[in-house]
Design a protein around this ligand. Sequence first.
Ligand SMILES: C[S@@+](CC[C@H](N)C(=O)[O-])C[C@H]1O[C@@H](n2cnc3c(N)ncnc32)[C@H](O)[C@@H]1O
Length: 300
Amino acid sequence: MQQVTHIDTPWSRRLQRGERPGRAELREHLLEVHRQHPGFTEACAARCRDASGRNSYEWLAEVVDPVQHRTLLDLACGSGALTALCHERFGGHVALIGVDMSVDELALARRRVPDPVVVLHRAMAQEMGFIADDSIDVVICHWALTLMDPIEPVLAELRRVLRPKGILAAIVDGELSTAPGYDELHHLIYGWVQREYPGYGEIDLGDRRVRTTAALTELVANSFPGANIGIEAAVVNQVGPPDALAREAAGFFYAAFLLSPPSRTRMLSEIGALFARHGHGGLGRFSMPINRLVVRLPQA
Ligand SMILES: C[S@@+](CC[C@H](N)C(=O)[O-])C[C@H]1O[C@@H](n2cnc3c(N)ncnc32)[C@H](O)[C@@H]1O
């Protein structure tokens, strides 16, 4: 397990002073978290599985139809877990592009998918001029839309690059109360962080509309007129020794990276106890609610 350091950036310092950070500070903060902890999302997400044994990368990849689809964009591909999965499954039939703003994450992605046929771009999702209009069949985006602020230019870019009948599919936050213990976990982590950063939660990463089904549906409907929009819910789980599971789950929350080492230690022991209560036989259980957004564009 990687050593976790306390992240201190202009974004977090503003928050600590009770101020509202700007978008440039958000970007620098995200880059710093990913510089210090590349691959942290997949370290947890790849091991969390639904009742049928799928993780969220596999669930998302199911929207791709290798018979019909020719071009695929993994937006905010991070360390390349989904890019690699798609390359393995569809590589012979589908051209694959990955985009991410973090050079540290892209380095992991490139190591994992060395095949130069897979093109990786370091860029902001808000500005993807290097991708031609109407050229992509499917955009997949795993756990990243939530971080993007402003979000409207991202959706406008996706509208521009997607072909008629194209698909945008994304894994985003699910409803807190739908996974056993998740509401409590969320409040536990945010409670610890708010002791050091009182504004955290009120101010969070990204555009908060992406986090709720109703607001996300409205946002997407405005950006993709005439599209068919579906949001499906699932719960993914992981079982393991409570302490190890606590470290892994805490590592999934950007908020937890802000904590000072003593607070982090105490938070981890509370999370371990929470997971132990939801597990059995000495093992803990971490359950996480997720949503899969699928937007199907009209013919033209
Ligand atoms: C939570 S990680 C998810 C990474 C990967 N999709 C996965 O699930 O393993 C979020 C990723 O989004 C990227 N990201 C956030 N905002 C972005 C933006 N506006 N443009 C491009 N990449 C962005 C970050 O650099 C990071 O790699």
